[in-house]
Design a protein around this ligand. Structure first.
Ligand code: ADP
Length: 451
């Protein structure tokens, strides 16, 4: 048997008790009675120790540990050690918790913890200040009862929290608040609330500045272009001035188109509501776009692939401008020996898609995320030579946003690119048949997805 030191000690004590009882019983001629009395006394002593231990454990906060001998002493020492260790960990945990609360309370952003039903479980000081929350009244309230904007309710219901939601408030000092949900467990969400009034004001100043500057440049440019045109038509013009004046005319036309693009972008930027629009005959639009490319002096081959005769619900001039920007880029960057395919189809999710695929130089993956930024050009030399200012794709992106859709780009350097305008399914109108296109058209173009 593998007994500890105190185990052996206990056994020895029982043995000694029995021996003393037996000896006393033998002296009084009652050995068994002597042993029983000795054992009863020993048991009573143990019970008394147990009682002291129980009392101490019950009222540990106020009583000193009992001074008991033997195994009971070991038990008391163990309990005291465990108690001290627990107290130490509790104090540390409390310290960490207080530190955490102090740091989140001092955070410059509002933080709220919400449960699965969007009820507020906790919020820091800044969240309270930004949303006018009172700890006593608003804890356990649904956050949608406190922020009543339908866009906010929509944002929570949609469950897509990649981007924050910016809301304009009717009153209060914090005019624009940004909300971002960070789901961190199945039962709770973290909501970050920031005052973005300053950023919104700066952004709006930037937009106003660009719109006003473009607007102011328009009139002098029209005058310059007009005079240049008149001068070039003058038969008495010295032939030495013809070439420089033609170059001036080209550059002023370029400036004109940049100013027009900037004005169009400012207009699209200012639109907030998604329009329903009218029915657009995309087939006819594709035919016209194809004709425009064919009219260019040196142009690549261009085909139209129609897989549906659905009409698109949208604002026609905007859609026309977006599609022609994509086709114009494909024609600009694809060599005359290449091929462009325009395709109109409904994808597996029922979304109408217009895409332009070319066998041009393609775009390296690192440029793809920045392609729709204003004035962003992959190869500025080549783009400028092709007459581009880097505003076309920014316009396409804004038109798509205005129509609730998105622009997707797939490209492989050396093989070609596909730019796809993906519209939401609600923008399909009048689908009556699906048109199947011969394989030979699609098999010639297979750009791989890049990024
Ligand atoms: P730009 O007016 O310069 O063409 P865009 O905004 O339309 O401006 O395009 C941005 C950049 O993307 C272009 O400068 C060009 O480098 C690149 N790009 C756009 N379309 C294509 C394409 N079909 N093939 C290769 N590069 C393209």
């Amino acid at each position: 048997m593998n007994l500890s030191r105190s185990g052996w000690f206990l056994l020895a004590r029982i043995g000694l008790t029995v021996a003393v009882g037996a000896l006393a019983g033998w002296l009084l001629d009652h050995v068994l009675a002597g042993v029983l009395v000795a054992l009863a006394l020993a048991l009573a002593w143990q019970l008394l120790n147990l009682y002291w231990l129980d009392q101490w454990l019950r009222y540990r906060g106020h009583l000193d540990p009992p001074n008991v001998p033997g195994v009971w002493g070991d038990v008391v020492a163990q309990v005291v050690r465990l108690h001290r260790r627990k107290g130490f960990h509790k104090r540390r945990l409390l310290e960490v918790f207080r530190e955490l609360r102090r740091s989140t309370a001092a955070m410059p952003d509002g933080v709220m913890i919400l449960n699965r039903d969007w009820e507020i479980a906790w919020f820091n000081r800044m969240a309270g200040r930004l949303l006018d929350l009172r700890r006593r009244n608003d804890v356990n309230m649904r956050v949608t009862n406190l922020v009543r904007d339908p866009a906010f309710v929509n944002y929570l219901q949609k469950g897509d929290f990649d981007e924050p939601l910016v809301l304009a408030r009717e009153s209060g000092t914090h005019a624009h608040l940004s909300f971002q949900v960070v789901p961190y467990s199945s039962a709770q969400h973290l909501m970050l609330v920031r005052d973005v009034s300053r950023q919104v004001a700066l952004e709006s100043m930037r937009k106003d500045f660009v719109a006003n500057a473009s607007h102011e440049l328009r009139s002098p440019l029209t005058v310059v272009t007009g005079y240049l045109e008149t001068l070039l038509q003058d038969e008495a013009l010295d032939p030495a001035f013809v070439a420089p004046l033609q170059e001036m005319q080209r550059q002023s036309q370029r400036m004109n188109s940049i100013v027009n693009d900037l004005l169009e972008l400012s207009r699209l930027d200012a639109l907030v509501e998604e329009p329903v629009g009218e029915e657009i005959d995309v087939q006819a639009m594709c035919a016209l776009l194809r004709k425009d490319v064919m009219a260019r002096p040196l142009h690549p081959d261009i085909r139209v692939e129609l897989q549906t005769d659905a009409r698109l619900l949208g604002i026609e001039p905007e859609i026309q401008s977006a599609f022609s920007n994509l086709v114009d880029n494909a024609a600009k960057y694809t060599p005359a020996s290449g091929l462009i395919v325009l395709s109109w189809r409904i994808d597996a999710a029922g979304r109408p898609c217009f895409s332009v695929t070319d066998t041009g130089p393609g775009i390296a993956a690192e440029h793809l995320p920045r392609l729709t930024e204003r004035f962003y050009r992959v190869d500025s030399g080549r783009a400028r030579a092709a007459g581009g200012a880097g505003l076309g794709l920014a316009i396409v992106k804004h038109v798509m946003l205005h129509h609730g859709g998105s622009l997707e780009v797939e490209s492989t350097p050396g093989i070609g690119s596909t730019f796809t305008c993906v519209f939401p399914a609600r923008r399909v109108s009048g689908v009556s048949r699906d048109v199947t296109i011969p394989d030979q058209v699609t098999s010639q173009l297979q750009p791989a997805r890049a990024g």
